[in-house]
Design a protein around this ligand. Structure first.
Ligand code: HEM
Length: 294
């Protein structure tokens, strides 16, 4: 019995059953309570907020040259010993998330973003710590100076009456979290595959690694966890990831640069995994690059 079943949450698995569930009008993403988050609503309000976010993400399609150069320089500059989470995946995911929002995000911000995830309340209980971290980030972003980019676009959508006050307060954090967390986990796991000698394509790796293992829906008989592990890493239906193109481009660039860095071979030290029931990822994976020519 997995963690969901222990909490009385039904689990749907198998690709066809999951695809049907994700497209079903019977199952909603809205747990009730009127959340302003794009992830936790359906219907016209969801489509309206999603439209604003989709236009922001389209600003990174195709992936901008300056962002490509920043990712390549960062990965190319890794020293002879580094951690695939702390030194590879985190800076790449952080750089891309900064570009999505058009805001400089420091380590404190990224720590809070990860705290939000670690505590993310997936069982409908009351986890104050995760919510507190998300709330602090929302306040921080509401005061942040923004360059052209996602946060400015959200503020403009608010000024134009396309977002209400609550939607403007919380969706910058939702966007930051969506852009950061799954990419962080995917990049680190895929980096470990590379370091272990795999040469699968990025698309095959994201399907196999599946960093977001489940999405939660609510039906007439209660909450349902829909598994994405059978070939649906970006979900499906109304909430399917609008950032999948950016995520794949980001991974292609970062993993190609990492493969170059690891060309001469490497040793992988002790690997530690996170234990979150939804977000599948590494806690740390130290790597030492072999010196070329002895
Ligand atoms: C490997 C990286 C990524 C994976 C595996 C992933 C996966 C997902 C999944 C499974 C969902 C659906 C959630 C649901 O149905 O409840 C989702 C939603 C979302 N993702 Fe991604 N994502 C990734 C990267 C990104 C990036 C880079 C961005 C932004 C640039 C992004 C933006 C979003 C947004 C805004 C949503 C909410 C969509 C909605 O509720 O309508 N994601 N993502």
């Amino acid at each position: 019995m997995d963690e969901f079943e222990r909490h009385g949450v039904a689990v749907v698995s198998g690709r066809n059953a999951c695809a049907r569930a994700l497209r079903s009008p019977e199952l909603t993403s809205d747990p009730g309570g009127g959340s302003p988050s794009v992830l936790l609503r359906d219907g016209d309000d969801h489509a309206r907020v999603r439209g604003v976010l989709r236009a922001i993400i389209a600003g990174l399609e195709p992936f901008p040259d300056s962002l490509r150069a920043a990712v390549e320089d960062g990965v190319g500059g890794l020293g002879p010993a580094f951690d695939l989470v702390r030194d590879f995946a985190r800076p790449v995911a952080g750089t891309v998330t900064s570009a999505v929002l058009g805001v400089d995000l420091d380590d404190v911000f990224l720590d809070r973003l990860e705290a939000t995830t670690a505590n993310l309340d997936v069982f409908g209980g009351t986890d104050g710590a995760g919510q507190a971290a998300a709330f602090r980030l929302a306040v921080q972003l509401s005061r942040a100076e923004a360059e052209p980019g996602g946060l400015t676009a959200l503020r403009e959508a608010h000024a134009a009456g396309r977002l209400d006050d609550d939607e403007l307060m919380f969706n910058p954090v939702v966007l930051a979290h969506a852009a950061y967390e799954n990419s962080l986990n995917f990049l680190a796991c895929a980096g470990l595959e590379l370091a272990s000698g795999s040469s699968r394509s990025v698309r095959d790796m994201v399907t196999a690694i599946c960093p977001a293992r489940y999405v939660l829906r609510f039906g007439p008989a209660g909450p349902v966890a829909v598994s994405l592990a059978d070939g649906l890493p970006f979900g499906l239906g109304r909430h399917a990831c609008p950032g999948s193109g950016v995520a794949l481009a980001e991974a292609e660039i970062a993993l190609t640069a990492l493969a170059r860095r690891l060309e001469g071979g490497c040793e992988v030290g002790e690997v530690r995994w996170k234990t979150h029931p939804v977000f599948h990822g590494l806690a740390s994976a130290p790597v030492v690059v072999r010196l070329r020519d002895g």
